[in-house]
Ligand binder design. Structure first.
Ligand code: XMP
Length: 603
């Protein structure tokens, strides 16, 4: 299927390519991501090329490389960070480790006549740097356009060949005028305009072509993505060629199933079967403790139920049915679908059985080119209720990734703070490393580390603690999250309660989640300000069988990076008090960690 003629982002690793693509699309130009190995032929029709950053060194063996021919197509090219290094090396310049690593906000000075792209920074500006290597010698034909204290060649260009290079990241919001720089580059390219309305037509045509005269059987999870995908398929193919299945996994939110049925009523969508398979899910998850194993089992149980129901209803491949999924663009990369992205978490839409079906052409994923905000706008276009479409995202495996499972306490014997930021500092509050670990992301890799909790017992978070939440995971290898305990001001004796994913624990978390949701909606504006608010259950408390709740409110634009959201103290206090009333909840924590180093979910 032909995509609009757009800007091609070459993905050299990490998550930069997504940020760049979503920024450019928000400017109204089409952008898509391709791996470096993409054959030269596929670049010929690009309107422009952006070479993304990436974690590796371009001179190292095995580092990602693209075809240098892309620099000679006469198409505008912008190389960013690793992209700059690759471009430099490919054109005969030299890349070396810099004398110092530059990281964070850095002032640059634009060299006189610094060119079109940096026009808004004529008087200098602050940019986001994150690099160890630098261009030691520019390729022939290039002139310097900007410089920083530590990096002489902070930006350079060969305007006659429309080749531009920045050592910094204009796609990151910390870069002053970053958006202007990208917009000026886009203006040099002849990209087709992008809007969700025009893309809806494009996807509709694509669906018709991919499905042909087959029919689509679609798993609807209750989340925004699969709901929008199901509605779109219904609209394009008609109800008689689509069948929905909502599997009640026992890991859904309180009243979730009923609210989805309600939302489809005004659209007269009636082809959704509800299957309560919670017994099967809990049976398969019995005695399972490893987070990745849990995800695999949830994904495979979904498929087994789907297979059973589809056979029962005669919805098989042989009968002309294919499988629909609500996978969106970022989901496809978080699994390491592109060669250079490290595997952080296996997305349930990409477990092996599904992967095989994809290879056989049996899966349709109509939203796989869209970002979350685009999916939401499409949902509204399709007539889904505003509240449903703008609901906080909820992961496919549901509460399953929010119930931490462990057989025994996972303690750090001796917490080594000598090298950490805490060393030698007067911290007013008691703290402890918790006896569980959770997933995080640092650099471009996955971490599985402990959380450190301060015991303040307060609902107002001291400012110092927010700073510590950034510095502790950066300076201590044991820790990837920092929490504050809102229910206890002194360090208690922890009592560990071994637990896997059992119905009682899901029921308990469901109640806790409903309390948090209700409190959050009570405050005007809070629900909108917060991107997502996972509520997590930890297998330890202060009494026999007791457990803990972690509140994880975050602000984000696209879930690729996130910061901990602040809560009004009165609301945090009420949430804490109400949660402690639940039988079996001993402690309440608030997670203060950004992403990175912590992921949004704990698993
Ligand atoms: P993390 O935890 O990786 O989450 O920072 C990023 C976003 O993805 C959601 N998420 C998932 N969604 N299946 C999903 O459908 C999953 O397995 C999954 N894991 C994380 C998460 O809720 C957040 O919005």
């Amino acid at each position: 299927m032909q995509h609009p003629r757009g800007i091609v982002i070459v993905d050299f690793g990490g998550q930069y390519a997504h940020l760049i693509a979503s920024r450019i699309r928000r400017m109204g130009a089409y952008a898509e991501i391709k791996p470096p190995e993409t054959p030269l032929e596929e670049f010929r029709s690009a309107a422009g090329i952006i070479l993304s950053g990436g974690p590796q060194s371009v001179y190292e063996k095995g580092s990602p490389q693209a075809d240098p021919g892309i620099l000679a197509l006469g198409i505008p090219v912008l190389g960013l960070c690793y992209g700059l290094h690759w471009m430099t090396q490919a054109l005969g310049g030299e890349v070396k480790p810099g004398k110092v690593k530059e990281y964070g906000k850095t002032p640059i000075r634009v060299v006189e006549g610094g060119g079109d792209l940096l026009r808004d920074c004529a008087n200098g500006c602050t940019v986001w740097m994150s690099h160890g290597d630098e261009a030691a010698k520019l390729p022939e034909g290039f002139t310097l356009t900007a410089t920083s204290d530590a990096c002489k060649h902070a930006a350079f260009a060969d305007a006659s060949r429309k080749l531009f290079a920045f050592q910094f990241h204009p796609e990151v919001t910390h870069t002053e005028h970053g958006e202007d720089m990208l917009r000026r580059f886009v203006a040099l390219c002849d990209a087709e305009p992008w809007s969700i309305e025009s893309y809806a037509e494009h996807i509709s045509a694509q669906i018709k072509q991919e499905v042909g005269d087959r029919k689509v059987f679609m798993l609807v999870s209750g989340g925004v993505d699969s709901t929008v995908a199901f509605t779109l398929l219904n609209k394009v193919l008609g109800q008689e060629r689509v069948q929905g299945l909502l599997v009640d996994t026992g890991l859904m939110r309180k009243n979730e199933v009923a609210s989805i049925q309600e939302a489809f009523k005004p659209l007269r969508i009636t082809n959704l079967r509800i299957e309560n398979a919670s017994d099967e899910f809990f049976a398969n998850l019995k005695g399972v403790y490893d987070p990745e194993e849990k995800r695999r089992i949830i994904g495979n149980t979904f498929l087994a139920v789907q297979k059973r129901v589809s056979e029962e209803m005669g919805l098989t491949a042989a009968g002309g049915w294919m499988l629909g999924q609500g996978t969106i663009y970022p989901d496809t990369i978080e699994t390491g679908a592109t060669q250079h992205a490290d595997k952080i978490k296996t997305h349930h839409n990409r477990v092996e059985a599904v992967q095989q079906m994809i290879e056989q052409g049996l899966v349709i994923e109509p939203l796989k080119d869209l970002y979350k905000d685009e999916v939401r706008r499409l949902g509204e276009e399709l007539g889904l209720p505003h509240e449903l479409v703008w609901r906080h995202p909820f992961p496919g495996p549901g509460l399953g990734v929010r119930i931490l499972c462990a057989k025994e306490a996972d303690t750090v014997e001796e917490f080594d703070i000598r090298n950490s930021y805490l060393a030698g500092r007067q911290v007013e509050f008691e703290f402890s490393v918790l006896p569980v670990r959770s997933v995080g992301v640092q650099g471009d890799g996955r971490t599985y580390r402990h959380a450190l909790a301060f015991f303040t017992g307060q609902s107002a978070v001291p400012h110092e603690m927010l700073t510590l939440a950034t510095t502790i995971p950066n300076t201590n290898r044991e820790v990837n999250r920092v929490l504050v305990c809102t229910s206890q001001s002194t360090l208690p004796e922890f009592v560990f309660s071994p637990g896997y994913l059992a119905r009682e624990r899901a029921d308990l978390l469901r109640e806790a989640d409903a309390i948090v949701d209700a409190e959050m909606r009570d405050d005007a504006g809070l629900y909108q300000r917060i991107w997502q608010f996972p509520v997590v259950l930890l297998p330890f408390g202060t009494s026999e069988g007791g457990q803990s709740i972690v509140l994880r409110p975050i602000e984000s634009i696209d879930a690729m990076t996130a910061s901990a959201a602040s809560l009004p103290p009165a609301i945090l206090r009420r949430m804490t008090e109400r949660l402690l009333v639940l039988a079996g909840i001993d402690l309440v924590f608030l997670d203060l960690t950004s992403k990175p180093p912590g992921t949004i979910e704990w698993e």
